[in-house]
Design a protein around this ligand. Sequence first.
Ligand code: HSE
Length: 333
Amino acid sequence: MNEQDAVGQQDSENLVNSLRVKVYAPASISNLGSGFDVIGVAIDRPGDFVVVERQKEPGFRFSVHADGVEVPSSPQENVAAHVASLMINEFKPPFGLKMVLHKKMPVGSGLGSSGASSVAAVLGVNSLLPKPLRKIDLLRFAVEGERKASGSPHADNVAPSLLGGAVLIRSYEPLDVISIPMKNSIVWVVVHPHVIVRTEEARNILPKAITLKTAIRQWGNISGLTIGLASGDAALVGKCVEDEVAEPVRSRLIPGYDDVKRAALAAGAYGCSISGSGPSVFAVASSGSSAKRIGDAMKRAFVRAAGIKSDLYISRANMEGARIVSKSHKSTS
Ligand code: HSE
């Protein structure tokens, strides 16, 4: 058992009698350019919260507090309710559950919004089960949220959001997820322009096949990316985020993308690419001050090139992943 599992288990044991938990699951930058569907890193902000409570009455009740974010509120359509129901159907807890999703993250943002909701939901439900599972065993439920949201059960957002740090999805069949032992020195700059890109649409336009020449360049970059993350080498990571598969087609869905990338590099970024399926764009920096300079330049470029406002997030990797913010032994029912 590794250290993370041991901590997870201890936490789980403390929770056996909890009646109510509040959970936070962070955003993530998936793909990191070249690592389409196989690499992602968790960042501190933004993220989603879920509150789950045991109830005497059997059944599952679900509602959403959305703070202006447009997200389905029916339990049939919402990914958080979907993954919670899958767990409840499988483990059949001897009590009811009430869940409130506090949706803070914009949808269709490329920040792993559906992934964060799913992860918060599975960790919340798990925390109240009589025999909670280890975090890693929750992944198979969280990917079902991604399948519901986009038609594809990719794990490169849910795995880092759940486990923290940078994660490699070595295989999908069977699912084999490896936490990259990383030196957390890289500063991630993420700019979210106020446009929506639907992941399903951004996947549909991808090439169905690539040439061997492209594949060779891509797997060279992915390998370099893994080494750069492990050693905390921002220059190597920046060089290796170059993506020859998704970026050429997906960048067309992001107004002003080429100008924003040019602005990031001119301001000193080691590299720049699309976060997840976009429209967010991330850049690689090695200090907080250069990250701020780069982020501001990217924001200005979005306005100049496309007249679009954006939000800026700067953080190192979130190494903890989804966490229990509070727990109580009191129920409101
Ligand atoms: N790897 C996925 C994609 C992430 O790029 O489609 C979606 O957020």
